[in-house]
Design a protein around this ligand. Structure first.
Ligand code: ARG
Length: 465
């Protein structure tokens, strides 16, 4: 047994032998939590300023601490900082270096706080910033969708149910459906941010501290909306990580659904769009191939974010109050979720404006699938036929079209009249694709006029927040 290293840890006082080498590596988090360094320093500076304000530190000590921490930030940013696994995590690495640089004043920084409230604060500061970055990328992607939707407001494509041609829609309308999914996501992130932006500092290890701290002041310095209400909850709560990951999983799910459509549309069978070469890759064996790797990869990456959500929920479900070391396991899933989400949003925001629609192919596909059958039924209803009878009549006409290899618009008037005597020459106006989409001219409908109005409103929503 050796006790010669027992005091080389900031918490070494009560220990009589040094940490097992493997246990040291196993319990350390610095390998991943060093990402929090800027937030850790920001939090420490605010904490020191608050301690000086309430008289726990004197002005000179506070000044030395602030300058020391800023210098350390410089060292880290220049890649000069030496991270030590022996010092466990980002917090103790920075604190130890501070004391090394400025001496005794550095040892006073940790007065009235604990790593438990420190890490919860760091994580909230970090996530707050990252949520803003995610919302900015979402906005950029949505902007691209609105621009494209406006340009393609008149472009006709088949709308699908069960992946079978259902009714003609405009491509712009389809793109604005994607916009709506992402608009809900952006709102969800803003809502999540409100619960992230609460300050745990002052909770200390779990019960608060005996020093006359001014939590409102620290919260104000750090831009938090308020200090947390309960110290036990403050150090143990990771709802905000789960909530963010849930929102991220939903965004990825939306990107994955969009990906699936992009993949279908670029296939030879659909041929609705082309993606520029810079977003695709080839095959090492089949020279003719151009693969939609970007959407495929985004669709695939959705799985890991869903996995992180379940991992985090499971991480928390058995924990008693207050802090437990389990909580250290929140970081890697959160960071990977952020990297995955930000990367996916970025590549989508770059790729969407580069979509090259093949308007002829889309039109052709809409024409081929009896997509105006419902328009014919509605026409009969307007001429006094009950809807259920109209449905039956059109069904028979479609059957005839299938048997003779023609679309409804290609059947001669006499053929159509065999199914219902109320059909007149004006029927061809509703059987055209343009007539069909233009007729759905109400709020939320697919008519080009509505798509242009919806795009205008979408722009206003983006500008609002
Ligand atoms: N690295 C730790 C974490 O990420 C910091 C808090 C450690 N607190 C403790 N009491 N061991 O959760």
């Amino acid at each position: 047994m050796t006790d010669k290293d027992s005091t080389d840890k900031p918490w070494g006082g009560r220990f009589s032998e040094s940490t097992d080498a493997f246990v040291e590596a196993f319990t350390a988090s610095v390998g991943f939590d060093h990402r929090l360094y800027a937030c850790d320093i920001q939090g420490s500076i605010a904490h020191a300023r608050m301690l000086a304000r309430v008289g726990v530190l004197d002005e000179a000590e506070c000044q030395r601490i602030v300058e020391g921490l800023e210098a350390i930030r410089g060292e880290i940013e220049r890649g000069e900082f030496e991270w030590s696994v022996g010092l466990e995590d980002v917090h103790m690495n920075i604190e130890a270096r501070l004391t090394q640089r400025i001496g005794d004043a550095g040892k006073k920084l940790h007065t009235g706080r604990s790593r438990n409230d420190q890490v919860a604060t760091d994580l909230r500061l970090y996530l707050r910033e990252q949520i803003d970055a995610c919302r900015a990328e979402l906005r950029r992607l949505q902007q691209g969708l609105v621009d494209l939707a406006e340009r393609e407001a008149d472009t006709i494509m088949p709308g699908f149910t069960h992946l079978q041609v259902a009714m003609p829609v405009t491509f712009g309308h389809h793109l604005l459906a994607w916009f709506e999914m992402l608009e809900r996501d952006r709102a969800r992130l803003a809502d999540c941010r409100r619960r992230v932006n609460v300050m745990p500092l002052g909770a200390a290890a779990l019960a608060g501290t005996t020093y006359p701290i001014d939590r409102a002041y620290t919260a104000e310095l750090l831009g938090f909306d308020a200090p947390s209400e309960n110290s036990l909850d403050a150090v143990s709560d990771r709802d905000f990580v789960i909530e963010f990951t849930a929102a991220a999983a939903l965004i990825m799910t939306h990107l994955s659904r969009m990906s699936e459509e992009l993949i279908l549309w670029t296939s030879a069978q659909f041929g609705f769009i082309d993606l520029p070469d810079r977003f695709c890759t080839g095959s090492s064996i089949m020279p003719q191939k151009k693969n939609p790797d970007v959407p495929e990869l985004v669709r695939g990456k959705t799985g890991r974010v869903n996995g992180h959500l379940i991992g985090l929920l499971t991480l928390m479900k058995g924990q008693p109050l207050a802090y437990n070391k389990d909580n250290q396991e929140d970081k890697e899933p959160l960071f990977d979720t952020l990297d995955t989400l930000l990367g996916s949003l970025r590549v989508f925001a770059d790729m969407i404006p580069a979509i090259e629609p093949n308007r002829e192919r889309m039109r052709e596909a809409a024409r081929a699938g009896f997509s105006t059958a419902t328009d014919l039924a509605d026409y009969l209803v307007r001429k006094g036929v009950p809807f259920r009878d109209a449905h039956e009549i059109v069904g028979k006409a479609v059957r005839h079209g299938i048997d003779t290899g023609r679309d409804l618009a290609e059947l001669p008037l006499e053929d159509l009249q065999r199914f219902s005597s109320v059909i007149g020459a004006d029927v061809f106006e509703v059987l055209t694709l343009e007539g069909s989409v233009a007729a759905r001219n109400h709020l939320g409908g697919t008519a080009p006029e509505q798509v242009r109005a919806a795009a205008r409103r979408a722009r206003e929503r983006l500008a609002r927040d």
